[in-house]
Every structure is written in structure tokens, then in C-alpha cells.
Design a protein around this ligand. Structure first.
Ligand code: ZN
Length: 303
């Protein structure tokens, strides 16, 4: 083995899901959930579609939720080969208030209270009672729906540095928990294996991919080499304006990304003005007027 063993990844970087109409998505995540809009941009591969980013006030990885906003009412189906739900870390005393406001259901998972919710386009998400100090908007964990836990678990433990920390039966399936050492936010990944197999179909209300944090470009490169050595098909490094990214499909079918913290979300607008204006990747800037004419106008929540 010539590949150096890199240090563990730093938790989740961001989660990208698919929503219905952008304004409804924006209203829910800013006005209802009170997370911060940290970036208004467009989909790199389909620039006539918004790509909205939300996060904690600090706008740091571990809290970043992004949506490809489709102006349509179709729906995807959760299932094997996609993440099922993301979970926010929530102060324990806040769960009952959120439950009353949002009509969710509270259950218990690995000894913690979990409030299960849906956003306006059907995306399943959760709030999990979390005692440790954290900012609102930081993730607690993500749940991946896979046909079999072992192949995905091997990537999480042998390459990413997670440790298995529990297994629980319930809701017609088995949940396998994996946790990273350290104190970064978003250190937990759950693998969900249902007793009733069902294939995911992408569309509004489903998660497109899950991005993990590399410390820097060298760490990302070391991880890339380990994945390639296992025969996984990993992309080259792509410039995503706010971070550098590589992508691969893990053996359970879920699209994984490994992203760097640098250069960060304040590379093209100041930290206190994040999300207020439409930012375009450089190659689309000459087409700004044309793109703006196609995108629906957004009404921001200006408190
Ligand atoms: Zn991504």
C-alpha cells in the first residue's frame, strides 16, 4: 500500500437537494426555519435554474444546505441510492415548540429525541435534540438509504475515518450509525436499510448528493487516490466557485462529493451581505441579463 492514510474527513460540508419553486423554498428555509440565505446563484450545469444555499449565521461548512430549485410540481421518490433525510442539531427545549409549529412527530433514536418533518416540497428532514454547544442551522447528521450497509460502511470507516457507533431496529428497517472523532459539526452518518426495498427516483423532495469536508486540497487529493485505488470512479477536481470538489458514487449508489473549505462563501461578496444578490459563475456573467430574465424574481425576507 503506497497510498498515505489521510486524517479523517471533517464531517459534512453541504447537502444538496432538489426543490420545487424557488420562492416557496426560500420562504420555508428563511422565514419558517430561520436559517440564513447565504448564496443566490444558478446551477452550474443548468444556469436557467436557481441554486440557493442556506446555512447557519456563520455560513460555514457543516451547516450548508443547497437546493437545485425547479419551477415545477413533479416529485421524486426516496429510496435506495440516495440520502433520505438531513437532520439539524436543535436545543432539546426547542423540539416541542417546533413540533407544535410545524406539525411533526417526535420519536426516539439512539436515546435522543428526533422530530421528523417535511418541507413544502416533500423533503424529509429532522431536528435532533443536541446538548452540545452549536449554532442554529448546523447539521446533526444525514441518513443514507442503501440496499446493504457493509459496502458503504467500508468507505465511511476505512477511507473517511468514521467508527461504527450503534445499530437500531425500527420503522421497518435497520439503522446503522457511524461517527467521526473530534468536535466538528455534522459528524454523524446513519445508513438506513429498509425491509422493503425501493429504488430512489430523483426529483423535488429528494436529496441529490452529500458533500464531505476535506481539510485542504492535499487532503482531498489523498482521499481521491485512496478511492481510485479501490476501483471507484472519481471525477477530477472541479472548481465550484466557493470550494473545490470531487464526486463519486459510493457502492450503495449515493452520490458523494468531497469539498474543500476554501475559498469559502465570502469569495465574491462580503460575509455580512451573503445571499442578497444573484452571483453568477464567471463563465455566465456575460449572459447575466438573459439569465435574469429567465429566472423568477425572488422576494427576500428583509428583517
Ligand atoms: Zn455539492
Amino acid at each position: 500500500m503506497s497510498t498515505p492514510n489521510p486524517t479523517p474527513i471533517d464531517g459534512l460540508h453541504h447537502i444538496t437537494a432538489i426543490s420545487g419553486p424557488a420562492q416557496e423554498n426560500l420562504d420555508f428555509y428563511t422565514k419558517t426555519l430561520r436559517t440564513r440565505l447565504i448564496k443566490q446563484t444558478v446551477n452550474f450545469d443548468a444556469p436557467s435554474m436557481y441554486h440557493l444555499y442556506y446555512g447557519a449565521q456563520h455560513a460555514r461548512p457543516g451547516s450548508v444546505l443547497t437546493f437545485f430549485n425547479r419551477e415545477e410540481r413533479s416529485k421524486g421518490t426516496p429510496g435506495e441510492g440516495a440520502a433520505l433525510a438531513f437532520a439539524y442539531a436543535a436545543p432539546p427545549e426547542s423540539l416541542a415548540q417546533w413540533e407544535a409549529r410545524l406539525n411533526g412527530t417526535i420519536s426516539t433514536r439512539f436515546g435522543q429525541e428526533v422530530l421528523s418533518l417535511r418541507d413544502p416540497h416533500g423533503q424529509h428532514f429532522e431536528m435532533i435534540a443536541y446538548e452540545e454547544d452549536h449554532a442554529w442551522g448546523e447539521f446533526h447528521s444525514v441518513t443514507l438509504w442503501v440496499p446493504d450497509a457493509a459496502p458503504t460502511a467500508a468507505i465511511l470507516t476505512e477511507i473517511f475515518g468514521y467508527a461504527p457507533t450503534g445499530q437500531e431496529r425500527g420503522d421497518g428497517g435497520t439503522r446503522h450509525r457511524f461517527t467521526l472523532p473530534g468536535d466538528a459539526p455534522a459528524r454523524i452518518v446513519d445508513l438506513w436499510v429498509s425491509d422493503t426495498p425501493q429504488q430512489a427516483r430523483p426529483g423535488p423532495g429528494t436529496i441529490h448528493h452529500v458533500a464531505f469536508r476535506a481539510r485542504d486540497a492535499a487532503h482531498q487529493q489523498a482521499l481521491r487516490e485512496m478511492l481510485l485505488a479501490r476501483g471507484l470512479d472519481v471525477t477530477g477536481v472541479r472548481d465550484r466557485q466557493y470550494f473545490k470538489a470531487i464526486y463519486f458514487r459510493e457502492p450503495g449508489g449515493v452520490l458523494f462529493e468531497i469539498a474543500t473549505d476554501a475559498p469559502g462563501f465570502d469569495v465574491d461578496e462580503p460575509q455580512d451581505k451573503l445571499g442578497l444578490k444573484l452571483k453568477l459563475p464567471e463563465q455566465y456573467e456575460p449572459k447575466r441579463r438573459e439569465l435574469e430574465a429567465k429566472l423568477p424574481a425572488l422576494e427576500l425576507d428583509t428583517l
